[in-house]
Every structure is written in structure tokens, then in C-alpha cells.
Design a protein around this ligand. Structure first.
Ligand code: FES
Ligand code: FES
Length: 140
């Protein structure tokens, strides 16, 4: 990538052809929703995960109100976590996303939104399960 290009082609691709746009209903069982914002810029990201009985993320959607890097980061995140266990997904670092998309330093917080969003979605899902007294071994 030449240094005079601010955006890597992968960012443009996710921006032009976002994967897995949308959201699941909060009321659906097996759904966890993470809604997070970046105080610095006011951008907002919502990530919805659908988790199967084995604790694997079988489907995922995003909605992002924000910059191209935030949209690309969330789109990339949806591709990345599909098929992962909650534990694996919870370990994804924003730096990996930034590296994959070749985000410039000023856009690091955009990838942080994606890390925050997946963590929030997992927390939401876990608290929902606890609330229904339906805990299963395999992930906490
Ligand atoms: Fe306006 Fe991120 S600050 S889109
Ligand atoms: Fe704030 Fe991208 S500029 S999320």
C-alpha cells in the first residue's frame, strides 16, 4: 500500500460492500446485542450475535453510524466472528482489525469500536442466559 493513500482497498471494499448488515431482535432468544459509541467522534456501532446451543456464534449483523473505517471494521468483525466460540470472539483485539484493514493511526479508535461492540454483545448474551437460568458449561 502506498503511503499517500489514506485508505487501504480492504476498507473501501467493506465500505462499498458491507457484509452482514442489519440486526436481530433483542427479544429473540439466543441473541446478544452490543451497542457502543466513540465519545471522541460520536460514532455508534451495533453488533448483534446469534449463538447456538454449543456456544458458537452462528450468525451476526451490524449497523454502524459512523465513518468508513468504523463501517469497515464492523463489517470485517462480522466475517471474523462467524463460526467462532464466544470465548474466541471475546479475545479479538482492535489492533488485529486495524492491521488487517491497514487503518492509519488516527483511525485506531474506529477499530476499537468493533472490539467494544463484540464484547458488549457477548456480555449481553451472557447476562440474558444467566437471567433465564440457562447457563451451560463451555463458556462463562
Ligand atoms: Fe464523523 Fe467519525 S467523526 S464519521
Ligand atoms: Fe470515530 Fe471512525 S472516526 S469511529
Amino acid at each position: 500500500v502506498s503511503s499517500n493513500r489514506l485508505y487501504h482497498e480492504k476498507v473501501i471494499d467493506h465500505y462499498e460492500n458491507p457484509r452482514n448488515v442489519g440486526s436481530f431482535l433483542k427479544t429473540e432468544k439466543n441473541v446478544g446485542i452490543g451497542l457502543v459509541g466513540a465519545p471522541a467522534c460520536g460514532d455508534v456501532m451495533k453488533l448483534s450475535i446469534k449463538v447456538n446451543e454449543a456456544g458458537i456464534i452462528e450468525d451476526v449483523r451490524f449497523k454502524t453510524f459512523g465513518c468508513g473505517s468504523a463501517i469497515a471494521s464492523s463489517s470485517y468483525m462480522t466475517e471474523r466472528v462467524k463460526g467462532m466460540t464466544l470465548e474466541e470472539a471475546g479475545k479479538i483485539k482492535n489492533t488485529e482489525i486495524a492491521q488487517e484493514l491497514s487503518l492509519p493511526p488516527v483511525k485506531l479508535h474506529c477499530s476499537m469500536l468493533a472490539e467494544d461492540a463484540i464484547k458488549a454483545a457477548i456480555r449481553d448474551y451472557d447476562s440474558k442466559r444467566k437471567a433465564t437460568g440457562n447457563m451451560k458449561a463451555g463458556h462463562i
